[in-house]
Design a protein around this ligand. Structure first.
Ligand SMILES: [Zn+2]
Length: 216
């Protein structure tokens, strides 16, 4: 575990040895959302998923890892946990090239708003079904040189039809450096709109889901 010595005193009932034995990734932050704790599973997950572990150290702000489109959502909820001194939970998708993966995140307040503890655990995996695009990767590159990938399902937006997002495992395995991350309409509707009740086994990019116009 990597931890700031000052942060240890905030953990209270959360035993640091227990946190380090968990399979789920766990981080702790100060109220300004800079890193104060990373458990061993976090380092392992980052290494296995192409994360730049060396770029993340104590004092790094976790919001730098959050796509712009989700910044206000996460910032508002973290501030709520600190302000109201009560936990918050959230389920989100972060799929690999072969599997759809759903993660559960629990965020606990520490010592009456002096810090946050965030525990991520893998909730569900299922083999990805549905069509893999037969188009070439080049056909997804926009005229400004960017690829647009959904931060959750990791589908890629077609350059010739901005309303369609296709599954290209190749771009999940080896993301292009010139990739812009956003949310496809189904993920936005499913993960961030109120009233969701069921978990579909796969999210179709062509299902007619009502979303805000500004998500195009
Ligand atoms: Zn998506």
């Amino acid at each position: 575990m990597i931890i700031s010595e000052r942060f240890l005193s905030l953990l209270g009932k959360h035993d640091p040895d227990d946190l380090d034995r968990q399979e789920g990734t766990i981080i702790g932050t100060w109220p300004d959302l800079t890193l104060a704790l990373m458990n061993d599973a976090w380092t392992k997950f980052a290494n296995e998923n192409g994360g730049d572990v060396d770029a993340w150290c104590l004092g790094s702000c976790i919001l730098h890892a959050v796509p712009k489109i989700l910044l206000s959502f996460y910032r508002e909820h973290f501030e709520m946990v600190l302000r109201e001194d009560r936990p918050w939970e959230h389920t989100y998708e972060c799929s690999s090239p072969d599997e759809q993966r759903l993660f559960h995140m629990m965020v606990f307040p520490l010592s009456a708003g002096q810090g946050l503890l965030m525990i991520h655990s893998l909730q569900k995996t299922s083999r990805l079904r549905g069509a893999t695009s037969t188009s070439t990767v080049d056909e997804y590159e926009y005229t400004d040189g960017l690829f647009h990938q959904c931060v959750h399902c990791r589908r890629v937006r077609r350059a010739d039809d901005i309303n369609v997002w296709d599954w290209l495992p190749e771009l999940v395995r080896l993301p292009r450096p010139n990739t812009s991350h956003g949310l496809c309409k189904p993920c936005y509707a499913f993960y961030y709109c109120d009233g969701r009740r069921t978990v579909p086994s796969i999210i179709s990019t062509v299902d007619p889901i009502d979303v805000q116009d500004d998500m195009t």
